[in-house]
Design a binder for this molecule. Structure first.
Ligand code: NAD
Length: 497
């Protein structure tokens, strides 16, 4: 059985714990690996090594750091097939989708190659006579990242390339369900010339997460995962005086206006609701049908949901792969059962799908509910599976209110031909990422990614300019040389006269 260890100070490390987690191939249901679940001592050791590496890495000129990151980018490209297969085999999503998610992660690496430009700072000559002032952003120290199962490459790549480019060192705790891709990325970064100790991985569960929260030498924690854990990390890491960005769960609405191009909306919704089997924080899991568009929407989309090609991620014909684990499959099926009990109309039922040769895989077909009401749990809670709920509303204002009242505010989109409606939507909606005739409005690497409300705890979004701010602290220096104008002692606040 393949055993996945930790990666500390540039080497594989077994650590002090005998606890192990099981990793299954979701397409077959077969266990293929074990992962070491680390202890507090393992985490503390990784932080100690990262703290040591920080001394010289933080002092390495940004251009030299960028050159290593550039080499890493080349290696990720060269190894993209292997990395993609690691994602497919542990997560289950289809190959092209997995490759796309790796590419979105790579775009952050590309952005990080421009770090010298982003760290340039600001300078003002003569803030007072012969007095100059400049602001510079300096790295924080050992930063930590805790990541979810659903993007085993992309989400870690939102974090560590930015943190490392800024001069920090990093300890990653990937999801224990699919850690192999992160391990391969760490090895590639070393091959690119990254000094030992700059990037470390400690695999594990809550024990390692709690050790991160409590470790005094970690000044910053980035988290992506479900909302209850995001809130836990935010509260407890802040209590331990760390800066925190904690991205949580979602329930993303897609508003379908009566004037929209319905084909475009339906194609957008199909990909956004059922792509990656709905296991995306930007998945559209609610279609809000406005006015009289509901019947046409449900009739047309149901035909497409019924003919979705479900199969193993490595099969080129598959449009949708299995869910990540047996437990998650049971949870998603449980939500479909619940929706029926709550009185929503189950138009397409994917619960009983059987795949010949893959009887033990974690498959569910696409499910479609109509007439979902806002007090139902299937509307309020994140299902994280291929289940689309249609909610019917009378008009645009009702759609706006519905979304603004929801506890989550990660992403949303609207389909309309009316620019005025599109603009009002973008302006009034209480959601962090908004699409107008765009199904999954994930910001590109040089913008920043993050939601509102209970989809993000903290102030800064991930990657892009917000990423640079999160992983650096501002220092402002004001200086005068002895040859400048001399003054007598001053006992009042200095002001410009
Ligand atoms: P999760 O919250 O179960 O796990 C995320 C991380 O937290 C993992 O590394 C896990 O080991 C750790 N963890 C789990 N339980 C813990 C506990 N009790 N104490 C401490 N740490 C714990 O999330 P998941 O199931 O891996 O991922 C799916 C969730 O992530 C969904 O809710 C999805 O919306 C969310 N997500 C959000 C974004 C975003 O950008 N907002 C992106 C991707 C995924």
């Amino acid at each position: 059985m393949n055993l996945i260890e930790h990666y500390i100070d540039g080497k594989s490390f077994s650590g002090s714990s005998d606890k192990k987690g099981k990793i299954f191939n979701p397409a077959t249901g077969k266990q293929e690996s074990e992962v070491r679940l680390g202890s507090r001592a393992d985490l503390d050791l990784a932080v100690e090594k990262a703290k040591k590496a920080f001394e010289s890495w933080s002092n390495t000129p940004p251009l030299q750091r960028a050159r290593i990151i550039f080499k890493f980018k080349e290696l990720v490209e060269k190894n993209s097939d292997e990395l993609t297969k690691l994602i497919v085999n542990e997560h289950g999503k289809v190959y092209e989708d997995a490759k796309g998610s790796l590419t979105r992660g790579l775009e952050v690496v590309e952005f990080a190659c421009g770090i010298p430009q982003m760290l340039k700072g600001e300078f003002t000559e003569n803030v007072g006579t012969n007095i100059d002032s400049w602001s510079t952003r300096q790295p924080l120290g050992v930063c930590a990242g805790i990541t979810p199962f659903n993007f085993p490459a992309m989400v870690p790549m939102w974090m560590f390339p930015m943190a490392i480019a800024c001069g920090n060192t990093f300890v990653l705790k990937p999801s224990e369900k699919d850690p192999s891709c992160a391990m391969k990325l760490a090895n590639l970064f070393k091959e690119a010339g990254l000094p030992d100790g700059v990037f470390n991985i400690v695999n594990g569960d809550k024990e390692v997460v709690d050790a991160i929260i409590e470790n005094k030498d970690i000044p910053a924690v980035s988290f992506v995962g479900s909302t209850p854990i995001a809130k836990y990390i935010y509260e407890n890491a802040a209590k331990n005086e760390k800066r925190v960005q904690a991205l949580g769960g979602a329930k993303n609405h897609c508003v379908v206006m009566p004037d929209c191009d319905l084909d475009q909306a339906i194609n957008g919704l199909m990909g956004a609701a059922y792509g990656s089997a709905g296991e995306r924080c930007m998945a559209q899991s609610v279609a809000v049908a406005v006015g009289n568009i509901g019947d046409d929407l449900v009739n047309q989309i149901s035909k497409k949901v019924e003919t979705l090609k479900v199969g193993p991620g490595m099969d080129k014909a598959s449009e949708m792969g299995p869910l990540v684990t047996k437990e998650h499959l049971e949870k998603v099926k449980g939500y479909v059962d619940l929706g029926v009990k709550e009185g929503a109309k189950l138009v397409v039922d994917g619960r009983n799908i059987k795949l010949q040769g893959y009887e033990n895989g974690y498959y569910i077909g696409g499910c479609l509910f109509d007439h979902v009401k806002k007090d139902m749990r299937i509307y309020k809670e994140e299902i994280f599976g291929p289940v689309l709920s249609v909610v019917r509303v009378k008009n645009f204002n009702e759609a706006l209110q519905l979304i603004n009242d929801h506890e989550f505010g990660n992403g949303t989109s609207i389909y309309t031909r009316d620019g005025d409606v599109g603009r009002t939507f973008a302006n009034k909606i209480k959601v962090g990422m908004v699409g107008i005739n765009i199904p999954i409005p994930v910001p590109v690497a040089y913008h920043s990614f993050g939601g509102w409300k209970r989809s993000l705890f903290g102030d800064q979004h991930m990657h892009g300019p917000e990423g640079v701010r999160f992983y650096t602290k501002l220092k402002t220096i004001t200086s005068r040389w002895p040859s400048g104008v001399r003054s007598n002692p001053e006992f009042v606040m200095p002001v410009m006269k």
